[in-house]
Design a protein around this ligand. Structure first.
Ligand code: NAP
Length: 383
């Protein structure tokens, strides 16, 4: 843990999210270019103004000095980077690590196993004894366990139990332990879900289930904590597998290794029902997804830091590439018969996995047509 006491100050500013200023400039520019006062012109001005106001509020930050933040899972990945970032802003960071010998733990010096009530109680005692001037402001439930990829039926109970123990019960245990401190400071809780909570794709079921639970848990906690003025935020990272230790299944071999091991332990009858080529197809898709992953963890780390530092944080930070977002939104909003076909197509290689990054262009075509129709409609009503 890094602990230091520093003076507090009032509100600062964050110079991020410049794209909102840019978009509002574009809106005003087009409104200016229009010759007469039309409905479209008013709409553009209203959009520009909304973007401008929201960009302004997004720049407001709380004072970091003298406020504590606990981050779990800081040995590697997002958690490690976040602990360093929050420390650089002036927060007092309590960085929980699992493995005493990991590089992260050597730098940050404290262990918290989120699956152990005793470990969490000890961490609470330590934090209480070393609270900075303004108390514990934030908790980031980042610690997570990926699971060996495999169909739900292939997955042994002990894998479900392990991944649930860290990703679900760990989050609830740590949150319950530290909530009284967070409530006292009217602070923040940031939970880490995943894009998989939206896409619900097969072969990563045991992990996906846990992230769906966290999504629901965060929403309920957000509503319950409103009365105490505690903000609860969820960060949903897309595919950042190469940016962290995630695809190594927390250092226990890669996806392919783990899936094949799971397959080898399967009952022969189940193996015959699915067929080995099914396993190889899934491994191929999983490996392609690892190849396609975003290598830069800073987008996710910035979102987590915004959840803690912004005066008005968003409720959700969905941090993914445009193609992943398009994919996720298609899965969420397209009729099930179409989205199921899409998943089945990718699984059976009827739709080549290589086209997934280009799906945005496929989705952009209908969006463009809708915009054109809208514009034509506005013209007809004389706007
Ligand atoms: N990377 C992605 O693509 C991605 C996408 C969506 C969501 N996420 C989520 O982002 C979060 C951070 O993951 P990451 O990508 O940074 O992977 P990571 O590098 O594997 O980090 C996970 C961290 O959690 C720690 N941890 C595991 N079990 C723990 C326990 N029982 N108690 C305390 N700490 C424990 C790990 O420690 P050890 O290394 O010592 O095991 C590791 O430091 C996770 O919640 C994950 O589900 C990641």
């Amino acid at each position: 843990m890094i602990c230091e006491k520093t003076e507090s100050f009032i509100v600062g500013t964050i110079m991020e999210q410049n794209w909102q200023y840019f978009l509002s400039y574009i809106c005003f520019h087009f409104a200016y270019l229009m010759s007469n006062f039309s409905l479209v012109r008013y709409l553009l001005c209203a959009t520009g103004l909304t973007l401008l106001i929201s960009a302004f509020f997004n720049t407001l930050s709380i004072s970091c000095k003298g406020r504590g933040v606990l981050v779990t899972g800081c040995d590697t990945g997002f958690g490690h980077e976040l602990a360093k970032k929050l420390h650089s802003y002036g927060f007092t960071v309590f960085a929980g690590c699992l493995d005493g010998k990991s590089n992260g733990a050597i730098r940050l010096k404290r262990l918290v196993d989120v699956t152990s009530q005793e470990g969490v109680d000890k961490a609470l005692q330590y934090v209480e004894a070393n609270l900075p001037e303004h108390g514990l402001w934030g908790l980031v439930n980042n610690a997570g366990q990926s699971s060996s990829p495999g169909f739900l039926e292939w997955t042994p109970m002990k894998v479900y139990e392990k991944v649930m123990a860290v990703n679900v019960f760990g989050v609830i245990r740590v949150t319950n332990a530290f909530l009284p401190l967070i409530r006292k400071s009217q602070g923040r809780i940031v939970n880490v879900s995943s894009i998989l909570a939206r896409t619900l794709s097969p072969f990563s079921g045991s992990y996906t289930i846990t992230k769906n639970v966290i999504d629901a848990y965060t929403t309920i906690l957000r509503l319950e904590m409103k009365r105490f003025n505690v903000k609860v935020v969820v960060v949903e990272p897309g595919n950042f597998m190469t940016a962290t230790n995630f695809s190594t299944c927390n250092g226990q071999g890669g996806f392919a290794f783990n899936s094949r091991r799971m397959w080898d332990q399967l009952d022969e009858k189940i193996q015959n029902d699915y067929g080995k080529d099914c396993l190889e197809r899934q491994i191929f898709v999983a490996e392609k997804l690892v190849e396609m992953s975003e290598g830069e963890p800073s987008y996710v780390v910035d979102a987590m830091a915004s959840g803690i530092r912004r005066l008005y944080p968003k409720n959700r930070y969905f941090i993914a590439s445009i193609s992943e977002k398009m994919m996720a939104w298609s899965m969420q909003y397209l009729p099930l018969c179409i989205s199921d076909l899409l998943v089945a197509g990718i699984e059976s290689h009827t739709i080549p996995i290589a086209i997934v990054p280009y799906i945005k262009y496929i989705v952009l075509v209908p969006s463009f047509i809708i915009l054109l129709l809208l514009a034509a409609g506005l013209r007809t009503i004389g706007a």
